[in-house]
Design a protein around this ligand. Structure first.
Ligand code: PGA
Length: 220
């Protein structure tokens, strides 16, 4: 079955040339669905990958200095938008209410949200997942979206949950939102991707997605 592999470049690379180089290298035919999410300023459509953004604003238009409208993303050819990444929740203090508004405005514009949820170290995993799903998807009718289970303690740390725990979270989320595609994210690399991809609908890759050779191995 076709799996979804999302590359979240985060705030990388630090030059236009570098971004162009990565997007070009990853524009290859593969058996998977590859969604690339570079920073806004590098968004560029490709032949073989699908374009996504890392965030958007929760209004379509108006005087909001520094914000990016989902309509602009749509116009550039984006099909997906990552919403509620833990770095935005924790560093930029994004709330579940804002995340909920962003999901709704994305869907209105025919952009598919990639909702990120996950517990911090020491938190009750299922309690957090249940609460985030409830608040982030409040009043959302079309739940045919992507949900990425990303334990905060696994992001950028080289640590991953056991396969049993990933599968347990996958089943837990599917039970609540059966129409969603459920991915895993957090320290996915070329060595562990196969095992993880077998028990999920795909993966969300951060750090390893801006390492050209590493990510090429993963998407092939
Ligand atoms: P990581 O990040 O792959 O570097 O752990 C995951 C993410 O950005 O969601």
């Amino acid at each position: 079955m076709k799996k979804i592999i999302i590359g979240n470049f985060k705030m990388n690379p630090l030059s236009f040339k570098g971004a162009e180089d990565l997007l070009k290298a990853f524009d290859i035919k593969t058996k998977n669905t590859v969604i690339l999410c570079p920073p806004y300023i590098y968004l560029k459509k490709g032949e073989n990958y699908i374009l996504g953004a890392q965030n958007c604003f929760y209004e379509n238009e108006g005087a909001y200095t520094g914000e990016i409208s989902p309509k602009m993303l749509k116009d550039l050819g984006c099909k997906y938008v990552i919403i509620g990444h833990s770095e935005r929740r924790n560093i930029l203090n994004e709330t579940d209410l804002e995340i909920n508004k962003k999901i709704k405005v994305c869907l209105l514009n025919n952009l598919k949200p990639v909702l990120c949820i996950g517990e911090k170290l020491g938190e009750d995993r299922k309690e957090v997942l249940k609460k985030q799903l409830k608040e982030d998807l409040k009043g959302v009718k079309d739940k045919n979206i992507i949900i990425a289970y990303e334990p905060v303690w696994a992001i950028g740390t080289g640590k991953t949950p056991t396969s049993d725990d990933i599968l347990d979270s996958f089943n837990f989320i599917k039970k609540i939102i059966p129409e969603s595609k459920v991915l895993y994210g957090g320290s996915v690399n070329s060595k562990n991707i196969q095992e993880i991809i077998q028990i999920t609908d795909g993966v969300l890759v951060g750090g390893a997605s801006v390492n050209k050779n590493e990510f090429l191995k993963m998407i092939k």
